[in-house]
Design a binder for this molecule. Sequence first.
Ligand code: CTP
Length: 412
Amino acid sequence: MQSLIGKHIVLGLTGGIACYKAAELCRALIKEGATVQVVMTEGAEQFITPVTMQALSTRTVYTSQWDAREENNMPHINLSREADAILIAPASADFMAKLLHGRADDLLSLMCLARPREDSVQGGAKPVPLLIAPAMNREMWSHPATQRNLQQLATDGAHLLGVGSGFQACGETGDGRMLESAELLEEVIAFFQPKLLAGKHVVVTAGPTYEAIDPVRGITNLSSGKMGFAIARAAREAGAEVTLIAGPVHVPTPRGVTRIDVKSAQNMLVAGTESAQNAHIFIACAAVADWRPANAAEQKIKKDGSGKTPELAFVENPDILATIAKSGRAKKGELYCVGFAAESEDLEANAKAKRIRKGVPLLVGNIGPSTFGQDDNAFLLVDEKGAKQIERAPKLQLARLLVAEIAARIQL
Ligand code: CTP
């Protein structure tokens, strides 16, 4: 699945050791379907060669405002008008200071100054957003001058992508590293998604729960958490503030999402009820264990050599979705609840009955055994009007679609 098909990105490199990450970023953008035109400053050429970037982007790199390839000799105009976005990665402290003052003594800064902005665009032309991925030593990053510049750049309309923290090339440790190429890719993809849930707070439950039998054993299920994580990512891409309540899974947290790790259904209920208190949308994607051992043993249950097996008694777990869907805020229409139904047969009838039983306006039916652990899935969306089939597709694509379906339904 490619999320950047049809997008043309001007990737600007300025002088910094993080230029090595820009090579991988260039490749990653292309793999997602974008076309990439690289522009480098003289400083960037000290760290990585245009040959490398040309090979990766399959386009000759621009380094000079006097590039004779352009018939009108205006690469700063031509390159910026073609772009769907300009991404400066890495953006050095010096380059940001330059942008801030509107200086334009090299092709890249000139092009940034000349780009059509939302407040200036003329006729049929489209504005060209400027995305900035800073990269510098921690002292340079925390310096009041840099922080002031960042604020002003944001006020001037630039979209700042943040920095990472950790070991730096200079040997120091702290904030200021450029984000990794995979993180930047996720940010760029998110940037282009429609902001259907801007200003909304979304809570998502994901993954299985784990119900302890004793301190070393428990009962769980095959849910991988991928669907719930994809929904959390899609909601964040759509501009929402997202809290993801995850059972025990090994899936990386989507960028910009607050993750709360839980184990049992009871833990998930506590985290869910608390988070839903100031949320607008609650999406229950987790495969919650229906029962838990009635009395989890405090110590490991041992074999006694007689061949006797332990007798396990179970009690029913709380129904997280039904509890939250019955809350006052949901009843007043302040919280929109969405459930899932993991079935193994008779999907439509089961999903319709489950929607009523859970008391939710929208329920997503799917066949458990054919989705658990997979990268794709198929949905049956059930609401008060009936059922709608959504064909098999990658989970992120389905998650974006579900976000759009929810956005169209909420009137909060
Ligand atoms: N769910 C929940 N708490 C539970 C059980 C389920 O919040 N204790 C939520 C799931 O996250 C999902 C929906 O309820 O959104 C339906 O879950 P599912 O496992 O399909 O159904 P059950 O309610 O467990 O019913 P059954 O096992 O009879 O199919």
